[in-house]
Design a protein. Structure first.
Length: 138
């Protein structure tokens, strides 16, 4: 059965002009783009989105980075979308990412790692609802 996941093309990748290449990788992997929007977010919005990481040493830097420039918010659909997107993304730290993955090709560091993807059904539901209204999810 088709499953939905939530994803972000992060400010580093947008800044470097990798948006279209990353979208092409995602579509080539069989995902349908259910909803997509490019926008800038505030540090407070980033803190709410990443609340689960509050208090961790990288939290402040992560929220500053995510609010440093435009990013692309997406809801994606396919069978096994959550696990499959994480495979296509590659490891969180691009130094450990497999050849051909988005992070291997387009990311520079664990902090600036080009793309985010939900890690479970509950997080996908929270993250989708954080950025998209129901009427945007056709
Ligand atoms: P993401 O999948 O967006 O979820 C949380 C983010 O924290 C993660 O990607 C990384 O980009 C970022 N991050 C920064 N530093 C670290 C770290 N030391 N360990 C884990 N995640 C980190």
């Amino acid at each position: 059965m088709a499953q939905r996941t939530f994803s972000i093309i992060k400010p580093d990748a947008v800044r470097k002009g990798f948006t279209a290449a990353i979208l092409a990788d995602i579509e080539r992997a069989g995902f349908q783009i259910v909803a997509i929007k490019k926008q800038s977010i505030s540090k407070e919005q980033a803190q709410g989105f990443y609340a689960v990481h509050a208090g961790k040493p990288f939290f402040e830097g992560l929220c500053a980075f995510m609010s440093s420039g435009p990013l692309v918010l997406m809801v994606l659909e396919k069978e096994n979308a959550i696990a499959d997107l994480r495979r296509v993304m590659g490891a969180t730290n691009p130094a450990n990412a497999e050849e051909g993955t988005i992070r291997k090709k387009y990311a520079e560091s664990i902090g600036q790692n080009a793309i985010h993807g939900s890690d479970a059904e509950e997080t996908a539901a929270f993250e989708t609802g954080y950025w998209f209204a129901g009427y945007e999810l056709i």
